[in-house]
Design a protein around this ligand. Structure first.
Ligand code: ATP
Ligand code: MG
Length: 353
């Protein structure tokens, strides 16, 4: 069986460091491993419109921003197909058929949908399209016969729901769809990076992000304003590292060699944590170090992004060419789906029965 990756992002804003550690860096690693036959990376504009129907301009503008972030992080259009979801209408048709295989109660139980409805204050006014987005996500994954879906932890319930749809479809209509596997980051801190405000998840919609495109001085300002342990008031106080965003970011980004380079008093992160817990280590010192670590990681990404910003027409060419490749693949799967569902009426079997 072919090894195929499908993953993507909503063009609701530029991408942030949570995306980077949660999914983007893993994609680049898998892309460069050479282990995959096909890699599809989708800019999910149709999904973004499910909760931004009144802001199509926002979605439109962010398509290019997300594409620039991809290229800046090292997604290589020679190795990966980058495409725009709405340019592949087959996905909508698949969604429509899959809707019959899922109950309203099942979507209502999806923990990610639950928490996103709460976060957006939708209460009784949930757009039907938004409610159905886990089903459309199943269409995206299966259309490309994805075997591997590298995403952040918040997407786990989506992949579970997708697998249920695959099993249901295959049991009703015969073995047709491919069962996908989720790939989560191996580093626990990267599963769900908190916001700079300490909220559980860094998210474009919550405005608590460090963006990949932020200039060095903006990153520094954000890092210095970060939430830490609220009880660590004086330098001599013992501090908590669990749940402390500054340390979670260090867990996600820090490598031992950064200590030799930027903070030679310590060998590694364990020593730094130990000092913080013991007392006598101020937040400012830790934040300054985190800022240097982030700069070492984000500097090259920012530079590559600036290079691509000079080549916007080329970026659109990449998106258009990618969307054409993606549509071909999705059309093949849709054909198989129609055949399995016996809605291929004009394929030659004209018997009266
Ligand atoms: P929105 O608020 O519009 O939903 P978002 O910031 O949640 O935006 P998405 O486009 O929904 O971003 O998510 C894209 C990918 O990034 C998903 O695989 C998701 O799991 C991952 N991701 C998003 N935020 C984080 C985070 N804070 N930590 C780790 N992974 C994340
Ligand atoms: Mg999201």
């Amino acid at each position: 069986m072919k090894k195929v990756i499908l993953t993507g992002d909503r063009p609701t804003g530029r991408l942030h460091v949570g995306h980077y550690v949660g999914s983007l860096s893993e994609r680049v690693r898998l892309q460069n491993s050479g282990d995959y036959d096909e890699i599809y990376i989708m800019i999910a504009d149709a999904q973004a419109l499910t909760d931004n129907a009144e802001h199509p301009e926002k979605v439109r503008q962010n398509i290019i921003q997300v594409a620039l972030d991809y290229l800046a992080c090292g997604i290589d259009p020679e190795k990966s197909t980058i495409f725009i979801q709405s340019m592949v209408p087959e996905l909508t048709e698949l969604t429509f058929y899959y809707m019959n295989l899922v109950t309203v109660a099942r979507v209502q139980r999806n923990p990610t949908v639950k928490s996103e409805i709460k976060m957006r204050n939708f209460e009784a006014s949930i757009p039907v399209g938004f409610f159905c987005y886990p089903i459309s996500q199943a269409a995206d994954i299966t259309a490309f016969r994805a075997t591997t879906v590298p995403v952040g932890e918040d997407q786990m319930p989506m992949i579970e729901q997708c697998k249920e749809i695959v099993h249901k479809f295959n049991s009703v209509y015969g073995e047709t769809l491919t069962d996908p596997q989720i790939v989560l980051p191996s580093n626990k801190a990267c599963l769900r990076l908190p916001g700079i405000d300490g909220k559980a998840k860094m998210s474009k919609s919550l405005g608590n992000c460090i963006y990949l495109s932020d200039e060095a001085d903006v990153v520094k300002k954000k890092v210095m304003s970060m939430f830490t342990d609220p009880n660590h008031l004086r330098v001599q106080d013992p501090g908590k590292v669990e749940g402390n965003p500054v340390f979670i970011y260090l867990d996600a980004f820090c490598k031992d060699e950064y200590f030799a380079e930027f903070l030679p008093d310590y060998q590694n992160l364990d020593e730094l944590k130990e000092h913080y817990q013991r007392g006598g280590l101020g937040d400012v010192k830790v934040k300054k170090f985190l800022n240097k670590v982030l700069e070492a990681e984000l500097g090259p990404i920012r530079e590559r992004r600036k290079m691509w910003e000079q080549r916007i027409p080329d970026v659109y060419d990449i998106l258009q060419a990618g969307s054409e490749v993606a549509e071909k693949k999705a059309a093949e799967t849709l054909n198989d789906v129609r055949e399995a569902m016996k809605i291929n009426y004009f394929d030659g079997d004209f018997a009266l029965n």
